[in-house]
Write a protein that binds this ligand. Structure first.
Ligand SMILES: [Zn+2]
Length: 350
């Protein structure tokens, strides 16, 4: 597999929280803190004549609100915010949307899939944990891990009340901002209907979490779609970024802005191809394996409770992909646990 061309990073250090850095004419980079191992998110401010458009909001926390107040006293001072655009429903993107919309009177733009999923996730209570543990148990996770997983912070604690109405973004439509068109590119697999925004005239892509420079986007199976094949959806969605200009400036939600979208798509394909091959080999030689039993094939490190949650979702997603592609056989044992083994060769017809 040829090594992908290295990415170029035109900006070496991020703006401090509460400040903005221009990355292209009329486009500004914001950075907000996150209380996780992944400790930051990038947000974007787009000039729209004398007004502003905010893209993504940050998690609902006092630290993020404080940073926004600095921005309202600084670059946003005296200017109207006409739209708050959210790429997808995850708390670091949607968390403060309700607060920002109430504070500014802006319209709230999001896809329908992300709006509904966010509302559902915010309403879900204990049954969501029960469904999660049932999914993980069916995929072989020993019950000794359940107590730690049950203590995970809930979605609700990181997301303010979601606005009661929204303006719907759809695949291919163009948002007019600052006299330029920003085309909506729907991506699946990471979230149900994630919106990236491409301004081809400026050669800029706001990629959200669909295309990140250093970490591979989390793609997991979750209890609301327990038989889903999100890795197929994700790998298919990535192809859309190959249609963009090769020197597009990519503005990702985590890490630094970069050039090299096509190379990054190739990197991610190679990354998953390696994982697929390793899983096929493990299930073929080690006998039938559960998702829990292949965690060590995918992740060569100790996992804390939050990492275990994402790792289980990812392991199930890889196994579903291989099963649907005919590369692994799947069997449900008398214990109702799902195991994967080498696919039987197709019968030879004569
Ligand atoms: Zn996300």
């Amino acid at each position: 597999m040829p090594a992908a061309k290295a990415l170029e990073y035109p900006f070496s250090d991020p703006p401090a929280a509460g400040t903005a850095r221009e990355v292209a004419p009329g486009m500004y980079w914001l950075r907000m803190p996150l209380p996780f191992a992944l400790d930051h998110i990038n947000l974007w401010l787009l000039e729209d004549g004398e007004e502003w458009v905010i893209v993504d909001c940050g998690i609902a926390s006092d630290a993020t609100r404080t940073a926004w107040e600095q921005l309202f006293a600084g670059i946003l001072h005296g200017k109207r915010v006409n739209r708050v655009v959210v790429t997808h429903h995850h708390p670091d993107h949607l968390g403060l949307a309700g607060w920002l919309v109430a504070r500014t009177g802006a319209e709230f733009w999001i896809t329908e899939g992300e709006y509904r999923t966010g509302r559902d996730a915010r309403e879900a209570r204990q049954h969501a944990i029960d469904d999660l543990l049932a999914l993980f148990a069916r995929n072989g996770l020993p019950s000794e891990h359940f107590a730690a997983l049950s203590k995970r912070n809930s979605y609700r604690s990181h997301v303010d009340e979601i606005p009661a109405s929204f303006r719907r973004m759809r695949e291919g439509e163009s948002l007019q901002i600052g006299g330029r068109g920003w085309r909506v590119i729907i991506g699946r697999g990471h979230a149900p209907e994630h919106a990236a925004l491409a301004c081809e005239e400026s050669g800029v892509l706001i990629s959200g979490d669909m295309l990140l420079p250093r970490i591979s986007t989390n793609v997991g199976v979750w209890p609301n779609d327990p038989e889903g094949n999100p890795l197929a959806d994700f790998l298919n969605s990535l192809q859309k970024f190959r249609q963009l200009g090769a020197d597009t400036l990519v503005l990702p939600s985590h890490g630094l802005p970069f050039r090299g979208a096509h190379a990054r798509v190739a990197d991610l394909e190679a990354h998953h191809a390696l994982k697929f091959a390793a899983l096929e080999a493990a299930c073929a030689t080690g006998g039938p394996r559960t998702a829990s039993e292949v965690l060590e094939v995918l992740f060569q490190r100790r996992l804390d409770a939050q990492q275990l949650f994402f790792a289980m979702g990812e392991a199930i997603a890889h196994l579903h992909y291989l099963h649907r592609a005919g590369r692994l056989a799947r069997d449900v044992g008398a214990d109702r646990v799902i195991r994967y083994a080498a696919a039987q060769p197709a019968p030879v017809s004569v």
